[in-house]
Write a protein that binds this ligand. Sequence first.
Ligand SMILES: NC(=O)c1ccc[n+]([C@@H]2O[C@H](COP(=O)([O-])OP(=O)(O)OC[C@H]3O[C@@H](n4cnc5c(N)ncnc54)[C@H](O)[C@@H]3O)[C@@H](O)[C@H]2O)c1
Length: 337
Amino acid sequence: MSPTLRVAVIGAGRMGADHIQRLHHRISGAEVAAVVDIDEARANAAIAGIEGAVALTDAQAALDSPDVDALLIATPGFLHHDILLKALERDIPILCEKPLTPDAASSWEIVQAEAKLGRKRIQVGFMRRYDAEYAQLRALVAGGELGELLMLHHQHRNPDTPAGFTNEMLINDSVVHEFDAIRFFTNEEITSVQVRLGKATKNAPAGQHDPQHVLIETESGVLADVEIYVNALFGYEVATQASFETGIVSIGNDSGPYVRTAGKWGGNVTPGFEERFGAAYDTEIQAWVDAAAKGELGGPSAWDGYATAACCEAGVEAQRTGQKVAVKLNAKPSLYS
Ligand SMILES: NC(=O)c1ccc[n+]([C@@H]2O[C@H](COP(=O)([O-])OP(=O)(O)OC[C@H]3O[C@@H](n4cnc5c(N)ncnc54)[C@H](O)[C@@H]3O)[C@@H](O)[C@H]2O)c1
């Protein structure tokens, strides 16, 4: 393998294009070797100014190339399964944007394939784990200086949603991040999910009930709730308040500068996820590249992708039935212990 990790990025849409720029400008130890997109013009546009990178329209061509030694998958989730299996066969480091796959059964196939390979090759793009405040809250839980963690209150608010964003996507595309965050903070699996639908905004597209209140329980009985509100208009906010036995911790609130002028005070609302988590994406990809150079990946694993897919399935059933739905997981392979 070349000392520089030569990455093929599959999918040059919103997230893929962002990762391509990140790899090219800000990440050390890696370069963009190829960009694959079924939209040839998009693939060509994505490699503009990146010397040596090639534009392709078929992921298999990237997998077959001797000039590629790692894969970053940023196609829509329903395409992840097949390319993951092929990349595991080639036994190369993979960064797969969330979701690992769209359902628990197909995610379990990926877990089994990686377990059979016998080493971790897949990191899933749960970038919040690389946000500095997320890491600090996790350390406070693990350190125990505030006593036991009792409850987590999450706010996940977006200004609006792209065309085609369905009611199920509030769980599968949005709350999936909180499922992973809760598992990350507590180091426990989620055991049940309930979704309550209350008064809805008139600003949501037809078919979306917005906001929704998601109630989550972990193995030790930590209760978490998520306000998922994806047509909140005002801007973007992803925040958490954690209640411990001897203290309350808040993370993710807007940061300064706060300005007082002309009889008013305030600051700016974060416009979107790229601004809120830009630094976390950089840290995430750098960690992946650094680990790949040493031969074994850390970070959110295929198991984490599988477990969150199971939470999403329970969440969508809970959304539909109004019931508290148990999250059922297969036994964890020793690779992920
Ligand atoms: N971690 C995060 O915060 C975050 C944020 C946004 C999106 N995502 C995830 O990133 C992934 C991509 O999302 P997006 O918003 O960039 O989507 P997008 O629709 O903007 O981009 C997807 C790209 O994949 C290309 N594509 C489709 N089929 C292909 C194929 N067979 N081969 C190669 N390319 C193909 C499309 O032409 C498009 O350019 C999804 O899994 C999504 O859930 C993660």
